[in-house]
Design a protein around this ligand. Structure first.
Ligand SMILES: N[C@@H](CCC[C@H](N)C(=O)O)C(=O)O
Length: 268
């Protein structure tokens, strides 16, 4: 059936069109995802979230970036799905099964393990993922972290001064990252982090949940901060807790905006 309901939600300004297709399976293709995400000709969002039935968890979540690419993980959308369904959930993603809990007005999600092996990021060839021997102008030697999806984390004195709109797409598409990469630029102040993210397949967003997790993990691993750490982004703040060998725990808000109807045939 072509007509269907969707929910517009956001996590700290990182916005989603969430389609609950558990009882009414829906085809998603890169052109259809791009058409839905288009902010002038479509509904408009950073990511499209397609919920389906799962054999291993309470619900399956497929994630499509605004450019149509299907990806493995989305921290902010994970919180939104728990808030939308109003129950504690095991969520199956391409990046693994994660678990989310309602906790008052916020949602806490256990995002799984951070990975650091170069093959797991993935990188194009063997490199020290703790400090890649690479630089793009003033952005140098990022740490690479896989949070289900690939991240490069740069620590700088002033994250706001970085020209991420220009350097983000160059780094995202660098041959060092065969599956492209999400680009995080962070500055540490006390035990808090200020973060800007260029998201793979979506560009500059109000916030990135997996980016906050990857950056907090990198900062804790490098001894710059101690767990738990608050990560501030343009759209708001998340609390991230992590101990080596343990899953990464993210807590933050998830906001319902509205529910709408669409005829999906109009979107390719
Ligand atoms: N907004 C997300 C991440 C979405 C996927 C990312 N752009 C990728 O391509 O890996 C988040 O909150 O984590």
């Amino acid at each position: 059936m072509a007509k269907g309901e969707f929910h517009k939600m956001h996590g700290l300004g990182n916005d989603f069109v969430i389609i609950d297709a558990r009882d009414c399976p829906m085809e998603m293709s890169p052109p259809r995802a791009r058409a839905i995400a288009d902010r002038k000709f479509g509904i408009g969002c950073d990511q499209i979230i397609l919920l389906g039935k799962s054999k291993v968890a309470d619900v399956a979540m497929r994630i499509f970036n605004a450019d149509g690419s299907e990806v493995e993980a989305c921290g902010n959308a994970s919180r939104c799905v728990v808030a939308l369904l109003q129950q504690d959930l095991q969520i199956e993603t391409k990046g693994g099964v994660i678990s989310g809990q309602l906790s008052g007005n916020a949602v806490t999600v256990s995002m799984g393990d951070a990975k650091f092996d170069w093959q797991d990021i993935p990188l194009a060839f063997a490199m020290d993922s703790g400090s890649l021997p690479l630089a793009w102008e003033e952005l140098e030697n990022p740490m690479a972290v896989n949070m289900g999806n690939p991240h490069a984390v740069f620590f700088v004195d002033d994250a706001d001064a970085a020209d991420l709109a220009r350097l983000g797409p160059i780094i995202e598409h660098d041959a060092a990252f065969p599956e492209r990469v999400n680009v995080n630029v962070a500055s540490v102040q006390g035990n808090e982090i200020h973060l800007k993210v260029w998201e793979r397949g979506a560009g500059l967003t109000g916030a990135c949940g997996t980016g906050a997790c990857a950056t907090a993990v990198a900062a804790i691993k490098q001894g710059k901060v101690q767990s738990p750490v608050i990560v501030h982004q343009k759209g708001g703040s998340l609390t991230i807790a992590w101990e080596p060998g343990q899953p990464v725990i993210m807590t933050g808000s998830a906001t319902y905006v509205f529910t709408g109807q669409a005829d999906w045939d109009d979107f390719g």
